[in-house]
Design a protein around this ligand. Structure first.
Ligand code: SF4
Length: 429
């Protein structure tokens, strides 16, 4: 029996798909990328943006046509399945099962014939490792209690649930033994992690301290996405002092005006966010930052948009995920008065992107020349004498070396040039 998994959306979905793949392989099924060969198809959906949902409707049409050609078990899971369960069943009755986020772990049993059990809460899978990878996701919490007014996540992933510390340690020790080089601890609000372990309370910075002794091959520990309101002094000091924790932090900003941040229910202000950024830069040597930011939130004025531009300049990110506000049905922001025209939202986004591209190039050029540790990701497509690598700051390298390398090798690179977004240099000898 062959299976095919299509995944959309966030890293947690990717991690869950990797885990499902390993579970299905473990039960003797074969993986295929060819829909014509698949006996079972799992579509792991995303609901964060309307465009993602539209694309999935298109894929459902495609698999409906496949079902007419050969027998196929079609399963739709993930956030869109959670949000639109009834609509999917009505509009696409050819789907064999619509499975919510809490029951995702049941899919392998369902495929091999067991009835689906309704789960009251989210269950973590035992491992999210995909054979042969050197970079792995480690989900440590699921769900969100924050209810940012534009976000669908709390409705589709439910309330926060933290994975037990001993399960996380077990998985990390396993990943390390498999030669994994970097891990990303995942959660919708990763730094609100909270669990009990050996009779004491463990928060996110304590978890980072607990897992470090289990790391040998793993050289970079990353995490995504933290919320500014939960970014404690203890967390800053652990990042600063723990050499395994990558000195590149993704810190979602969303907007630069206090009024808009409050309408978004971000539980921070412009001044509070900037004070946090300043403290992080002061206390974490060599820190680089990335962020999420949007334009055109309902009622955003030109002046408030300018505040976003200036806050981006003050934050000084080497990367940014930039988008315009897209109302999600069922969220508070979708029902707010003062929705802006798409042309305004897009126009504001274009300038934001243009400025950020120039800024990140300027920041990266100012770093040169420098020497950095990086993980080899492969051979350059343009030049077979060069290798590609990714560094601690999520930066990309193309480097020449006298030695043979394979993906996952750790190298030291002397970088002396920036081409596009990629640093170029030579292996340090
Ligand atoms: S913190 Fe806000 S944006 Fe992030 S998942 Fe929770 S509700 Fe959504």
């Amino acid at each position: 029996m062959k299976f095919l998994i299509e995944s959309y959306g966030c890293q947690l979905n990717m991690a869950e798909s990797a885990a499902l793949e390993m579970m299905l392989l473990g039960r003797g099924l074969e993986k295929t990328e060819n829909p014509a060969e698949a006996d079972a198809v799992i579509i792991n959906t995303c609901s964060v943006r309307k465009s993602a949902e539209n694309r999935i409707w298109g894929r459902l049409g495609f698999f409906h046509a496949e079902k007419k050609k050969h027998s196929l078990l079609l399963i739709v899971t993930g956030c869109m399945a959670e949000r639109m369960k009834e609509e999917l069943k009505e509009e696409a009755p050819f789907i064999d099962a619509v499975i919510g986020t809490n029951e995702k772990a049941e899919i392998p049993d369902f495929i091999i014939g067991s009835p689906l059990e309704k789960m009251e809460s989210y269950r973590f899978l035992s491992s999210y490792y995909r054979e042969g990878e050197f970079s792995s996701y480690v989900p440590i919490m699921n769900g969100c209690n924050n209810f940012c007014s534009y976000c669908i996540v709390p409705y589709v992933r439910g309330r926060e649930v933290s994975r037990p510390v001993d399960e996380i340690i077990k998985e990390i020790a396993f990943l390390d033994s498999k030669g994994v080089r970097e891990i990303t601890l995942l959660g919708q609000n990763v730094n609100s992690y909270s669990a009990e372990y050996e009779g004491r309370h463990v928060d996110f910075p304590s978890l980072l301290e607990i897992i470090t002794p289990y790391l040998d091959n793993i050289i970079f520990v990353r995490f995504e996405s933290p919320h500014p309101k939960d970014f404690s002094d203890h967390l800053i000091s652990v990042i600063a002092s723990n050499e395994r924790v990558a000195k590149h932090i993704h810190l979602p900003m969303q907007a630069g005006s206090t009024r808009i941040l409050q309408l978004m229910n971000r539980k921070t202000t412009r001044e509070g966010f900037l004070a946090l950024v300043q403290k992080m830069k002061q206390e974490i040597p060599g820190l680089t930052l990335s962020t999420d930011v949007m334009t055109g939130f309902p009622t955003e004025t030109e002046k408030e948009y300018e505040e976003t531009l200036s806050m981006m300049e003050e934050m000084g990110c080497t990367e940014a995920f930039m988008y315009y506000f897209n109302p999600r049905e069922g969220t508070r922001a979708a029902a707010m008065e003062g929705q802006l025209d798409e042309s305004v939202k897009v126009g504001r986004l274009e300038r934001l992107i243009e400025e950020q591209i120039a800024r990140q190039s300027r920041i990266k050029k100012a770093m040169l020349p420098f020497t950095a540790r990086a993980i080899v990701t492969g051979v350059s497509r343009d030049d077979s004498n060069r290798y590609l690598a990714r560094g601690e700051h999520n930066d990309y390298f193309s480097f020449a070396s006298e030695r043979e390398h394979s993906a996952g090798d750790v190298v030291i690179i002397d970088a002396d040039e920036l081409k596009g977004n990629t640093f170029r240099g030579n292996e340090h000898v």
